[in-house]
Design a protein around this ligand. Structure first.
Ligand SMILES: [Zn+2]
Length: 191
């Protein structure tokens, strides 16, 4: 795999909080990896390597592009729905309301919440799948132990709960709970 990035950035996150994190962003020539300075300070070299490998995994599997595309599709559908709701009497009719732009706008604002609520678990599930894939990629590059200790340290520093309610996590979490990620890494057959 070959990767050209515009840069490896360090963000002065310590000025804002003690949370440690890293992310991959942009596409084409503007790809960049961003590390929080807090992450570089608190982790061992092995752990930082595993986090970098995890982020590279997201790149390798096209997750960043996938997320941007997904946001574009959702925006397109959203605008098409707006166009339709303002242009036809059907939408206002569903709510027994007159077809008036002001009324349609208010009805749309009410309708938006349940729709995005229903969409959320689908998007969160896809994102969790991506996290497992990136973890597995990191495991194959640097081995499972650095990734496991990086994940454990991140969770402790970010004060995230290790035992979220499974149903709540399935609905809301964009990242799988760390014990699940650790179990997945431990269970993987070393290649
Ligand atoms: Zn990730």
């Amino acid at each position: 795999m070959r990767l050209r990035v515009q840069g490896l950035y360090v963000m002065d996150a310590s000025k804002r909080s003690a949370h440690g994190n890293a992310y991959f962003t942009g596409f084409g020539k503007a790809k960049r990896i961003v590390f929080f300075d807090t992450l570089l300070e608190k982790h061992t070299l092995d752990e930082i390597e595993s986090i970098l490998a995890h982020e590279l995994g997201h790149f390798k599997f096209g997750h960043v592009r996938q997320m941007i595309l997904q946001a574009a599709i959702i925006a397109f559908i959203g605008f098409a729905a707006l166009y339709w709701a303002f242009g036809s009497e059907t939408f206002a009719g569903w709510f027994g309301l007159p077809h008036d732009p002001g009324v349609v706008l208010i009805a749309l604002l009410f309708a938006k919440e349940p729709v995005s609520h229903l969409l959320h678990p689908l998007l969160a599930a896809r994102s969790r799948k991506n996290e497992f894939e990136a973890d597995d990629f990191a495991r194959r590059i640097v081995g499972k132990e650095p990734m496991i200790s990086a994940l454990t340290r991140l969770t402790r520093d970010n004060l995230a709960t290790l035992t979220p309610d499974p149903l709540y996590a399935k609905f809301y979490f964009s990242h799988p709970p760390v014990p699940m990620r650790v179990a997945q890494l431990r269970g993987a057959v070393e290649a």
